[in-house]
Design a protein around this ligand. Structure first.
Ligand SMILES: *Cc1c(COP(=O)(O)O)cnc(C)c1O
Length: 412
């Protein structure tokens, strides 16, 4: 059941670990036990006290490896080191292979560029009509509002600009971005991202949402954010009250491992859901983090318990320095085969590859169609059993049914 990169060999240990993944527990206080409750619950305190250099990291995670020490030393020239105190407590200090640690503690391997690596793997800069706006699909745009996050994912697809460690100098002009949307009536869906949009103050965010809602052709608004996971303290009731004025407003969160879903996160997600915000989750398939069926199942089941619908599972983008975190596509397909039909359909995300160079998201599915011709389609179910469904010709049938419809309407 555990795959080759899953570190625990003893079946009893694996089984205990997986059942612990299913429980909701608090992130706890760890080294911050002396901090007052009001400070700890204050998202600005959490941000001010972020771990962002090697000394601070060593005080929270002793026994850093040489690879991690070098990674932390180099991080601030590439993608900043940043971990909220709350999230750092989820790191199992005695476990060098901890899946939480792998996501946020830099490693020297980030400086290794392999053959296919790119600094802008999804070709976003080429699809930006104005800075900070990506218009790749016909009817929707990605609206980048900041280059900062509460904590930095080491495999960030936007690390060229996020955290500004490499000097990209991202300075969006909101008026220019809004003007573009005003002038493009085909844009009916706007996705706020960054960086993390929920790092903006309530009033700044409200101003942006109001400006968008004043554009009549904008029907649907989404916020992409990992703050409910990295900094659940940010999801205040004031924020939720503000957001609920702008429905239909959806939110896509980003959890990769079941242990990220703590009691604090469950409550924060509950506040968003109670504000009527439909929640989806976007996971990235990461080596040694979630690249096995049991871990992925524990994650998606816990997401449903938090009223979050798993939306996408991304094959890791070819971002420079992420090769050590990437898996094969074969592994992704194997996981999808282990989910579809074996568990609740609502829990199963769509596996996608964001096509390198700017092709957009392409759905990747295990083969359920074995053959398809004019007579029949031969299909395979989740257990591997084979079935046939008869095929019919489309053109003449369609044409005649259209005629029937129009004559019915004509008589009425
Ligand atoms: C992912 C993405 C979207 C949204 O795609 P959906 O499939 O609608 O979730 C829009 N624009 C860009 C550039 C994206 O990368």
């Amino acid at each position: 059941m555990a795959n080759e990169t899953y570190p625990y060999q003893d079946p009893a240990q694996v089984s205990e670990l997986l059942s612990s993944h299913k429980r909701f527990t608090s992130g706890g206080r760890g080294p911050w036990h002396a901090v007052s409750d009001s400070d700890w619950q204050d998202w600005r305190w959490q941000l001010k006290n972020r771990i962002n250099n090697l000394d601070q990291l060593e005080s929270v995670v002793p026994d850093l490896s040489d690879e991690e020490i070098q990674g932390a030393e180099l991080a601030n020239t590439k993608l900043s080191l940043g971990i909220t105190p709350y999230f750092s407590n989820l790191i199992h200090r005695e476990d060098p292979l901890c899946p939480i640690r792998r996501q946020v503690v830099p490693r020297v391997e980030e400086t290794v560029s392999s053959a296919w690596d790119m600094s802008d793997p999804c070709g976003e800069d080429e699809h930006s009509p104005v800075p900070g706006l990506v218009h790749r699909y016909p009817d929707r745009v990605l609206f980048l509002v900041t280059d900062r996050c509460a904590a930095y994912c080491r495999y960030c697809t936007r690390s060229r600009l996020v955290s500004n460690a490499s000097g990209y100098g991202f300075q969006p002009d909101y008026q220019e971005q809004l003007d573009y949307i005003r002038k493009h009536p085909e844009v009916r869906d706007v996705l706020f991202s960054g960086g993390d949009p929920l790092l903006l103050s309530d009033s700044k965010l409200e101003g942006l949402l109001k400006a968008l809602r004043d554009i009549p052709h904008v029907e649907f608004i989404r916020i992409g954010s990992r703050i409910p996971i990295f900094l659940p303290q940010r999801i205040t009731s004031d924020l939720c009250e503000m957001l609920k004025q702008f429905h239909p407003l959806f939110m896509s969160v980003h959890a990769n491992h079941p242990r990220e879903l703590t009691t604090e996160v469950k409550e924060a997600l509950g506040r968003l859901a109670d504000a009527g915000i439909p929640l989806g989750n976007q996971s990235v398939l990461l080596r040694g983090v979630n690249d096995s069926v049991p871990v992925m199942k524990a994650l998606i089941h816990k997401l449903l318990m938090c009223r979050v619908r798993p939306y996408y599972l991304y094959q890791c983008d070819l971002i420079s320095g992420s090769a050590h975190l990437r898996t094969s596509v074969r592994k992704g397909l194997e996981i999808m085969r282990g989910l579809r039909g074996h568990t609740t359909g609502y829990a199963v995300p769509q596996y996608v590859i964001d096509a390198p160079g700017g092709g957009g998201k392409v759905p990747i599915n295990p083969e359920y169609i074995l053959s398809h011709n004019n007579e029949r389609v031969v299909i395979r179910n989740f257990e591997g059993r084979v079935f046939e469904y008869p095929e019919v010709a489309d053109e003449p049938e369609d044409a005649s049914s259209m005629k029937v419809c129009s004559s019915v309407h004509g008589e009425a």
